[in-house]
Structure formats: C-alpha cells, structure tokens
Design a protein around this ligand. Structure first.
Ligand code: WTA
Length: 648
C-alpha cells in the first residue's frame, strides 16, 4: 500500500512501464546487488560488441582501480548510429530546436551517420588519432553532436567545453587536455544574443603553440578572423570527405571523454569516462528511468557542455535509437512559454530539465503554461539540484496536469549516469525526494565526523556509495592521485559524493545539497576556491572569501566577501568591475550575486577563515553564530552583520 504522504504512480505510465510494480523493482534491485556480475553482463547485451566482455566489474575502492567489461571491444558511435541504420535509418535521431522560436530541423539517423562519417574522415586527415584529445567549444547545434560522435568513432577523446565559459577557462581546459584541435563556431546564438565563440577561442589559444587546427562552423552570417593554415571553415571542408568511414575498435576501458568539473579545491578537474561501461550505463538508465519506448519524443533541455547533455541528450538516447531534441535556446526566450511551446510543437512525451529553470518559469504563472498543449507528455524529470517540494508540486500539477510521473534524478559528472531516482510507473514519489537507488547502486550514509555508517531509517549524514557501477568515472585526467584524494580518502573504501543526505522513515533518500566547498548555482557546479582565485585577479582585492546562500531562483547564490588593499565604500562601478573579473576568468554565469566589501574576516587564531560564520551571515542567520570566542578579532562578526543588513 502507498503511504499517504506519497504520490502514487500514474496508471497510464504504469501500463507502459517495463517493470510491473514495486515488487518487480525490489526483485531486480536485489538481483543487481547479489549478482552484479550476471546483472551487468546481461545489461551489456543491450550494446553491440565486436567482442563481448568476459567479465563485468573488477577492482575496488580501496585500490581505486574499478573497471568494467574488460576484454570487451566495441565502438561507441557504432552503437549510437550504425546499428540503427537498417531499422531506423529514416527515423529522426535529432530534432534541432533552433534558437529562433518555432524553427526546427529533423535529422534522421542516416543523416547523422553521414555527417559524422564525413567529419571522422576530416579529423583523421587533420591528424587526429585514437587517444588524441579534441576540444569542442560549440553552441547547441547538430555539429556539436556530430563532433562528439566523430571523436568516438575514431577512438579520440572529446573534451566539450560549455559555450558560457570564458577564454581563460577554455584555455585552461585546452592546455590541461593538450588538445591539438578545437572545433568551434563563428558565433553562438542564445536567446537572440550572439556569443563570439571564435573570438573567444582566438583569445584562448593565442599563446598555445600545440593547437594546430581550428574548425569553424558558421552558425550566423558574421565574418570572423580566420588564421591561414590553422583555421578551416567546417562546411567547406566537410564536403571534401566521403559520407562513410570505418570505425575504430576500442577496448571497453579506453577513454571516451574528459569533462571538466569544479571541486572544492584547485582548478577544475578533468573527469575521465571510458567507453563500454559508460555507454552501457547511459543507455540502460535512459531506458528504465525515462521509461523510453520506440515512439517517444524525448526532450532533455540540458546543454551538451554539461554531463547531463553527454549522457541524456547524446549517448543514452542515441544508443537506444531514440529521437532526441537538441534545444539551442533558453527557457525565457522569447518568453516563459518556450519549453511548453517546444513540447506542443514536437509532441514531446518525455521532458527532462533543471529545478532552477522551473523555479523561474513558475514565477510567470500558470496561464502561460496552459496556453500550450502538453497532452503528449507522460514523464517529467529533474536533475542538477534539490527540487523544492512546492516547485515539484507545480511541475506535477500544472505542467504535468497531474497525469505524468515525476522522476527527480540524483547523480553527478563523476557518476556518468543517474544513481538515485524513482522508476516511472513503479516508484511512488514524494515531492523533493530522489526516492530510491537505481539497480546496482548501494548508497550509504556516514557520520561526517568519523565515517561511521549510520544504518536504518530516519537518519542523516554524508552520502557515499559502497561499490562501483559501470558508468563511474575512472580517474581525473593525468592526475589519478587527485582522483583518489578527492573521492576515496575521507571514508576509505567508499566513494564520497560531496553531498549531504537524509534517509527518511520509508527508506527514501533526500539530497540536502553539497557539504563540501562546491556551490551549485543554477545547477552549475562552482568551487568557492575557483571563484576566490578569480576575484584575487582584481587589482584592488587583497583577500576574498566566497560562500553560498539560499537563492529563490538559482537555488544557491554567491556571496563574495572582499577586502581591498585600500578600503573604500562600495560603488556600482567597483562592484561591476569585481564581477567582471569573475566573468572574464570563469564565465558570466559565475559572477557573484553579492559583493560585500569589508575590512575584516572572521579568522581563527591560526588564521583560518571561519566559513561557517560567513555562510550564516550570508543566509541572514544572524543569531546562533556559535562560539566566536576563538576568533582572533571577535568584533569583525558584528561588523559583518551590520554591513550585511545594509546590503541590498
Ligand atoms: C547536485 C549533474 C539534489 C548534487 C548531473 C550533485 C542534485 C551535483 C540532484 C552534481 C538531485 C544533482 N537532487 N541534488 N536530483 N542532481 N544534484 O556534476 O549536489 O553538474 O553532487 O552533475 O548536483 O552536479 P553535476
């Protein structure tokens, strides 16, 4: 029986679902834990292997050498394209929803295949070989998908950099991955605004001598600087190559991509995923968690610059032969009805987005949602941050007309695919809870102080995972020691997620947010240290400390405390110049919401900034600042509170 506080599954979803009820889920879950070997080898059969693997999982978290499907050989692009051609050659693989409202382009599996083959040949002619890294800095256009798949076809490793990152960020990523080639566009188009991607690329690579080739797609009519012998026009070049190309045979554990993500310390990390396990996991989760069927029109709003776009716009859906919508625009362009219009126009059946978008859209009221026909929808998903129960209910009642099942999916760049989630048609849901683990996933809650496991229900602590799953990242590019240090040392033998979590009386998981120094701003991960080091580039700033605070739309807002070499009152110009330095060093989305100029920060006698206090002040929690007697200068706290009250 479903307890009263739960939302029962919807009968229409239930009828279609692969699993018949919670017992079927429990039975399958238990099988996946008791016999991971048998379970995952069976799941691997959903892919076409040139040589089927002999084993499923190997290795452990003590030695941090987990690997999957060793001995298996395959090609990822073959699985996403070639194998579908006979049956689905004329089916739309992609529907490109252009930035211009109401403009769509359907691209069949055959067309994607031909485009990918041409590009594979072109990359090969440019000297790209198996294992080489290729940087992709493109907007959400079909060439982005072609580029990713052409790399995978060659066995080259792609590093997609989100188009919102600045020249400095792009440069750091190109250098770290030693990319000899960059694929970009003259300009991107987002919400009618132009993004000068080629100029940014020029800026990023001006001091890098190993970038030998830049391929430039023309998304707009703008003329851009082209360097003779280095820069090539994509459209002109591609025509010179045949629309067929062989595909490389790669080992299951050969790298597929690097994706940079922020951690609590240092520079962004190049999270490395490999081929066989990742694709098995992306495809398998996509099928079960979105209850994907052949006739679905699947619309995930994520940008391919983030992991959600990798796993659930490109790899999972295409491996399953799905029609995947590639959305170039933003949710508010031309108005807050954009997503609903796309759903109506394309008759989307599955919709997957981020809570931050829903929070801002809900503010525009229900009428603009109801204006569009959403009767095609069956499943609604969310990802990236905790979803507030009110927004969950709005999504359920208004967007989904109380007819759709909601899947609140928890996962990370490092996990490759979804780990905690309801199964639509199966799992009764609770607004705000990601519910239960996916097959093969063993979450564990530990006491943050000592790593002791807290068993039973009605408990809270740090979220860890007990053993590996096929989609897990294998390493940080060129820095395995950092991989070990970041995820496997706090609680030896476990993977530490960085998230806090509660398991309620029914055994449901509630992710409470990051408990390390990572901020999740509008679903974008940023390290406080990363923002601080960007701030330190400002000539007037002597010291900076960055914390998050609850923000109505973004989920987490950025509050930057700064001390200037020569203290002065805050002015609009000064604040903007400080925000600008972060925009330049990281990207526009990373600009702090609040610049708090002050004279002193609370520090322990040994000089450590007390972030706990800064977080409380930024969150308007002026009472209960705890024991401040150990501070080197207790007066600074009162001063910060007074200043904060005056900030807008
Ligand atoms: C957060 C995004 C609550 C979490 C796929 C995690 C979530 C971080 C959820 C990873 C969710 C993701 N509920 N929090 N459903 N999904 N998160 O690497 O803090 O960009 O650690 O991957 O997002 O962000 P990343």
């Amino acid at each position: 029986m479903t307890p009263e506080n739960m939302y029962p599954v919807k009968s229409a979803v239930k009828t279609k679902s692969y699993l018949k009820g919670m017992e079927a889920y429990q039975e399958m879950y238990e099988r996946s834990i008791k016999d991971p070997e048998g379970f995952w080898l069976e799941a691997a059969k959903n892919l076409d292997w040139f040589k089927f693997p002999e084993k499923a999982g190997q290795g452990d978290f003590k030695r941090v050498n987990h690997s999957w499907f060793m001995g298996g050989k395959l090609n990822v692009t073959y699985n996403c394209l070639d194998r579908h051609l006979a049956k689905r050659g004329n089916k739309s693989a992609l529907i490109w929803a252009k930035d211009e409202p109401g403009q769509y382009q359907n691209i069949t599996y055959q067309e994607v295949y031909e485009n990918v083959c041409r590009l594979t040949n072109l990359l090969e002619a440019q000297g790209v070989k198996k294992g080489d890294r290729v940087c992709i800095y493109l907007p959400m256009i079909p060439e982005l998908v072609y580029s990713v798949l052409a790399c995978a076809r060659l066995g080259a490793v792609h590093s997609v950099v989100f188009g919102g990152f600045s020249a400095d960020s792009l440069k750091g990523r190109i250098i770290d991955a030693e990319c000899k080639i960059v694929i970009t566009a003259n300009e991107g188009l987002r919400g009618g605004k132009k993004v000068p991607l080629k100029n940014i690329t020029d800026d990023a690579i001006k001091d890098i001598d190993f970038v030998k080739t830049v391929l430039v797609v023309n998304r707009t009519s703008a003329q851009v600087n082209m360097v003779e012998g280095r820069d090539y026009n994509y459209e002109e070049e591609i025509k010179k190559y045949r629309p067929v190309a062989p595909c490389a045979t790669v080992d299951a554990e050969d790298p597929l991509f690097i994706l940079y993500t922020s951690g609590s310390t240092g520079k962004p990390k190049g999270v490395m995923h490999t081929s066989g396990g990742y694709l098995t996991y992306a495809a398998f989760t996509h099928r079960y968690i979105f209850d994907y069927h052949e006739d679905d029109v699947y619309f995930c709003t994520a940008d391919v610059g983030w992991v959600t776009g990798h796993s659930y716009v490109v790899y999972g859906p295409l491996a399953n032969g799905a029609t995947s919508v590639l959305f170039e625009s933003i949710p508010s362009y031309p108005d807050a009805g954009r997503y609903w219009q796309v759903i109506q126009d394309l008759k989307a059946t599955i919709f997957y987005t981020a809570p931050t978008a829903l929070r801002s859209l809900a503010q525009s009221g229900d009428e603009i949602v109801k204006k569009y026909d959403r009767s095609s929808l069956r499943i609604l998903g969310t990802v990236g941050e905790p979803i507030n129960p009110e927004i969950w209910k709005w999504y359920h009642d208004v967007v989904g007309e109380s007819r759709c099942d909601i899947v609140d999916t928890w996962w990370q760049t490092e996990t490759g695919g979804i780990l905690i989630t309801p199964i639509p048609g199966v799992t009764p849901t609770k607004p705000g809870s990601a519910t239960l683990p996916f097959f093969g996933v063993q979450p564990l809650i530990v006491k943050p102080e000592n790593g002791e496991e807290v068993k039973g229900n009605g408990v809270e602590g740090a979220l860890c995972i007990k053993s590996s799953w096929p989609g897990q990242a294998r390493t940080i590019y060129k820095d395995h020691a950092r991989f070990v240090e970041t995820y496997f040392t706090q609680y030896p033998g476990l993977y530490f997620t960085g998230d806090g979590c509660r398991r309620d009386e029914d055994g449901y998981y509630w992710i409470t947010g990051r408990i390390d120094d990572v901020l999740n701003v509008s679903g974008h991960r940023l390290g406080t240290a990363e923002v601080e080091s960007a701030l330190m580039e400002h000539p007037e700033i002597a010291e900076a400390a960055v914390v998050g605070y609850p923000h109505d739309i973004k989920g987490v807002g950025i509050h930057a405390y700064v001390i200037l070499y020569e203290h002065k009152e805050s002015t609009k110009e000064l604040v903007e110049s400080i925000k600008d330095v972060v925009r330049e060093k990281i990207g526009r989305f990373a600009a702090p919401d609040i610049i708090h100029i002050t004279k002193g920060l609370p520090k322990t006698r040994s000089g450590k900034v007390m972030r706990r206090i800064l977080r409380k002040i930024a969150s308007h929690e002026y009472g209960g600042l705890g024991d401040t007697s150990t501070l080197s200068e207790p007066g600074v706290v009162d001063n910060l509170v007074e200043e904060h009250k005056k900030l807008k």
